[in-house]
Design a protein around this ligand. Structure first.
Ligand SMILES: [Zn+2]
Length: 416
């Protein structure tokens, strides 16, 4: 059983060094993997691969066959980038996670999930690219091509966020209503207090993939829900869990998913405008409605996204801080929130206090220490009352050893 009010022991110097290694190694290798993707896209365009795929799809006649060309270029380039990116994914997502004690899948099962997610990427890429390149050449004077591309991508983003909880997430995990018990009673109390008594709150068997803990909200247009990892239910005490779910309810009530979609669409509009400006200087004579330019467009867009990381992460950190403040108020468990963050340092091997520039560039949440300090101030303002009974974790001891690559929350979700 987890101690209710006793503090969680801070990480020892050796554990801190391990957490630092886990963070910095992940950042370095993750950044190199992103640059590798950009290099592959540059090769796919400037090395002539995309043009050869388009020519192959045209066949002997030589006449343009836009749909076939787009399908061939998209499927070929996506397969090329995904397959040559597999070694990085394997290292970062499997071997490294296993070395740090998080991974639960066998290599074969991990590869099967990787293949499944790769197929989802190819299918989504085909749907978007075929729509964009089919629409682009028609009446180009009435609407600039990049605005047409933005409209298609914007519709794709909205559809993806709405359908992700229904179509994509269930491919990898099982989602079930939270079973009756102390956790469900507490979460229903919070939902009523927040004015969303009918919100869907589900448990996911994230322990299938790893021992990482998390909770997130996802979905829009009727598919929205709050998801709690089974690993979180098993490792945190009830007041701690109450804060975490209060934070997620904050994302839900404050409309963060729609704000995130709005931010993404505005960002994409700006990025596509820049793409349109850069295109003719980089395309070596090919027009934008030529499907063979797909890797060049992806290269410029992903390159922009790479350098815009401080802006996208800054927006996310702002929302996360709002959700923290909301969770503290809603749950009334500010002191338990401090312990929740400290426990998460252990269960997820979180290095709490990296330099400010690392947080500024890479972090989509405030640093753990910033979150702890914020909760601690609220705890100091309202000393803890033993209001909620100590909820024993369902199985694991409170300070469960940390591990794991989590079934990462979907990209469209607001994670913990
Ligand atoms: Zn969050």
């Amino acid at each position: 059983m987890a101690p209710l009010l006793t503090p969680v022991a801070p990480l020892s110097p050796a554990e801190l060094a391990r957490a630092r290694h886990y963070l910095y190694g992940g950042l370095v290798w993750g950044t190199l993997a992103q640059l590798w993707t950009l290099a592959l896209l540059a090769f796919a365009y400037y090395g002539g691969m995309a043009a050869r795929l388009a020519a192959w799809a045209r066949g002997h006649h030589g006449a343009a066959r836009p749909a076939r060309e787009t399908a061939a270029v998209t499927a070929g380039v996506f397969a090329f980038v995904l397959l040559l990116g597999l070694p990085w994914d394997l290292y970062l997502g499997f071997f490294r996670e296993r070395a740090f004690g998080f991974e639960h899948l066998t290599l074969a099962a991990w590869l099967a999930q990787w293949a499944e997610s790769a197929l989802v990427y190819v299918a989504a890429g085909l749907a978007v690219a075929m729509s964009v390149f089919a629409w682009m050449p028609r009446r180009p004077r009435r609407l600039p091509w990049w605005i047409k591309a933005w409209a298609v991508v914007a519709a794709g983003v909205i559809l993806a966020v709405a359908l992700e909880p229904v179509l994509i997430a269930p491919l990898f995990n099982r989602f079930t209503p939270l079973p009756p018990g102390a956790a469900r009673t507490e979460i229903e109390r919070l939902a009523r207090r927040a004015g969303i008594p009918h919100a869907r709150i589900e448990e996911v068997n994230a322990s299938l993939q790893s021992s990482h803990t998390n909770a997130y909200v996802d979905g829009i247009l009727g598919s929205q829900r709050i998801v709690v990892y089974d690993t979180l239910l098993d490792s945190q005490t009830l007041p701690e869990l109450s804060f975490v779910v209060g934070h997620e309810i904050g994302h839900y009530v404050l409309g963060h998913l729609w704000k995130g979609v709005g931010f993404t669409l505005a960002l994409l509009f700006g990025m596509l405008a820049v793409l349109a400006g850069l295109f003719q200087h980089c395309a070596r004579g090919r027009p934008p409605h030529d499907p063979a330019t797909l890797p060049l467009m992806l290269l410029i867009l992903l390159g922009l996204l790479f350098v815009l990381a401080p802006a996208t992460n800054g927006f996310s950190r702002w929302e996360e801080h709002q959700a923290d403040a909301f969770g503290l108020r809603l749950s009334g468990h500010a002191c338990a929130a401090v312990r929740s963050f400290q426990r998460e340092e252990r269960t997820d091997l979180i290095y709490p206090d990296p330099p400010a520039w690392i947080v500024w560039w890479f972090f989509n949440h405030p640093s753990q220490q910033q979150r702890i300090d914020f909760a601690r101030r609220a705890c100091g303002a309202t000393p803890p009352a033993p209001q909620t009974p100590a909820a024993p974790p369902r199985s694991a001891p409170a300070a469960a050893p940390v591990d794991g690559r989590t079934a990462a929350p979907p990209r469209s979700a607001r994670g913990r």
